[in-house]
Design a protein around this ligand. Sequence first.
Ligand code: MG
Length: 273
Amino acid sequence: MEKLIITIAPNGSLPTKEMNPNVPITPDEMIVDIKRCYDAGASICHIHARDKNQKTCHDPEYFKAVVSGVKACSNMITQISTGGRASFDPTSRLQGLQADPEMASLSVGSCNFADHVYENSPEHIMMYAKAMKEKGIKPEFEMFDLSMAYWGKKILEAGYSFGTPWFNIILGVKGALEFSPRNLLAMVDSLPPGAKWNSIGIGAAQLKMATHAIMWGGHVRVGLEDNIYYTKGVHASNVQLVERVVRLAKELGREIASPDEARQILGLPLLNK
Ligand code: MG
């Protein structure tokens, strides 16, 4: 089986220091925390921007500071979020692309979350994909539901992506599709030929999702964005969550991909060559 790509999602939009003091908020905190995760085995970092009050935002200067800081201390793959929790305004959501990351998340459909509609219209999905294509940024297709493979395939057909088709299956968001091995299998079966998949389990589903992905040939994202606990009621840190996946992978016979090995799997250009 190919080597395992570990993505770290250190901060996300929602967790605050009051919820878990280990959540990195400032760019400096992010860079230090991401470097620890890189040293532990993560090869991609997924970045959200926060303002001074810890509130989620799409501030391009924040993204630039974190992307350049990570590049200065590692050869990790940087991935910025274009998620909609800070604002549904499409121009705002694309501001992180100014930081010139190698990748960006792209939600390929709409669904309900716990208290709102997560809205990603076909028009906006294609607009985001085109903007990424123009900057040579590879999209990661975020899928919360079976129907979402459709727009990932449309983007591939339009030539707005490059390299290996790369989908991220997210299960366990309240209001959206819950985690079960059966749901994960159905999501994997919905992907186009040749696609590879990353995986996110939210909350207590993080460990189960990671274990299934390791066994079934997928890849794993962990981090405080998706789960703030190590075990019930015990705060996690980002590096602890990465270290646990590395241990699990070793036990289950999967080696860990370095950032350049991850680039080869994803079809991203290698750096420094
Ligand atoms: Mg995110």
